[in-house]
Design a protein around this ligand. Structure first.
Ligand code: GDP
Length: 327
């Protein structure tokens, strides 16, 4: 047995007693692609999902430079000062390219990373075929088992990672800057539409006026969107992560949201929907993985590619034939 690999029970005991080293090791275990690790990881996950948790999952997104790490550092410290245990996880598709997470540097959240009540885990995405399939969701479950009250899922990167985050959190916060058009900020309308709150960051110094104007603009824009299934009216606030302004207001907003959706049943419905969604995602990924690593399938795929290149077979028939052979 390689060093650092424990039994399921040892992982479980360590996590439940909030041993952060073991929590870290358990996340490494679930991120591992080794078959032996996967067996223990699945065993661990099935045990962990039976534990009670009262956590709140918050997604935070925004383009690079908007101030996500600074904000999470400030916001996280605000929460730990209230005695809350805070975990920060990240979805970082770019890490695949750079062969190491750009979030690897804990100094990004200098204050929070030395806080006893906080756990920060940059999660390099072992991205699989056709999606941001990293293990953030499973890591989130481990953090909940360790008793973290607030789990922040930060996304770095564009498009897919935001959608992935939205699908695993209760509340979705979009950080924006004043002054830049939506296109400039690389934020698609679709993402704005999924936000439960927009916070215009860097509302300090010379930016205060522009931030106030942006707030009105975004408020107007949000009114044009169709009402949410959860009955929540998304809010727009301004804040300064550096000057620690507006942070309490954002937390109050999140608390009001939580009260509303727990009261109207949306909170648990959403989590169930997310689980079903997650099941489909995993099924898609795993079936595809299995297909593409199957020797017989690989040979057939190669053959079909050659036929298509020669112009003697069309792609649609080729795919149907492969599926008939495999299933
Ligand atoms: P990220 O790429 O979204 O994680 O952004 P960072 O947190 O790394 O911040 C990018 C830059 O913006 C850094 O130089 C921060 O110091 C600065 N910044 C972040 N928040 C604020 C803020 O509230 N006000 C001002 N003036 N600068 C900020």
């Amino acid at each position: 047995m390689p060093r650092n690999r424990l039994t399921t029970q040892e992982y479980l005991d360590g996590i439940v007693s909030n041993n952060r080293t073991i929590l870290s090791q358990a996340i490494t275990l679930i991120e591992s692609k080794r078959k032996e690790d996967t067996i223990i990881a699945n065993d661990l996950l099935s045990k962990i999902t039976q534990l009670e948790s009262n956590s709140l999952r918050i997604g935070i997104t925004g383009v690079p430079g908007v101030g996500k790490s600074t904000f999470i550092d400030t916001f996280g410290k605000f929460l730990t000062s209230k005695g809350k245990k805070v975990a920060v996880l990240s979805i970082d598709p770019s890490s695949q390219r750079t062969k190491g997470s750009i979030l690897g540097d804990k100094t990004r959240m200098a204050q929070l990373s030395t806080d006893e009540l906080a756990f920060i885990r940059p999660s390099p995405s072992g991205s699989t075929l056709g999606g941001v399939a990293n293990k953030t969701r499973e890591s989130l479950l481990l953090c909940e088992a360790a008793g973290y009250d607030v789990i922040i899922v930060e996304t770095v990167g564009v498009g897919q990672s935001e959608v992935a985050a939205k699908n695993m959190v209760d509340f979705f916060l979009l950080l924006m800057l004043a002054g830049g058009g939506d296109e400039l900020q690389g934020i698609k309308r679709g993402i704005m539409e999924t936000a439960d709150a927009i916070a215009i960051n860097k509302a300090d110094g010379d930016f205060v006026k522009a931030a106030k104007k942006a707030k009105v603009d975004y408020q107007n824009a949000l009114h044009l969107f169709p009402p949410n299934e959860n009955s929540w009216q998304p809010t727009v606030t301004t804040c300064s992560a550096v000057e620690k302004m507006g942070i309490d207001k954002i937390w109050e907003t999140i608390e009001s949201f939580e009260r509303l959706v727990k009261g109207n049943g949306y909170f648990s419905k959403n989590r169930i929907d997310q689980n079903v969604h997650w099941f489909h995602e995993l099924l898609n990924t795993r079936v595809l993985e299995k297909l593409l690593t199957n020797q017989k399938a690989k040979e057939q795929i190669q053959l079909k590619i050659e036929n298509i290149e020669k112009g003697i077979e069309d792609p649609s028939t080729a795919v149907s034939e492969i599926l008939d052979i495999i299933f």
